[in-house]
Design a protein. Sequence first.
Length: 108
Amino acid sequence: MSSAIRRTRQGVYQINYHFVRIPHYCKKVLTGPVYKRLKEIFKGKTAELGFGILVLEIPGNHVHMFVFAPPKWSPAEIVRRFKGRSSLLLMKKYVHLCKAYWGPRATL
């Protein structure tokens, strides 16, 4: 997808956002299978909501996303949509993430 001008019935727009998301304590947990699953979750979420990811980089301890979205979505709402669902799905599938953040007795 490109950063093209988009049209709706009400207007014309070209809105792109750059988001950086850092996990708590900057732990390097977004690697290997967690990295692959996170990319899948984000791509599914963009298709569901009508957004598009222009660039998605996950170097291990944070996420860089360059996203386009319709003007009806505020930046805070876009981040909330990505963050909330992805965090829950990753914690349920990869129990070691819970333990990395909340200690050995942590469960979800």
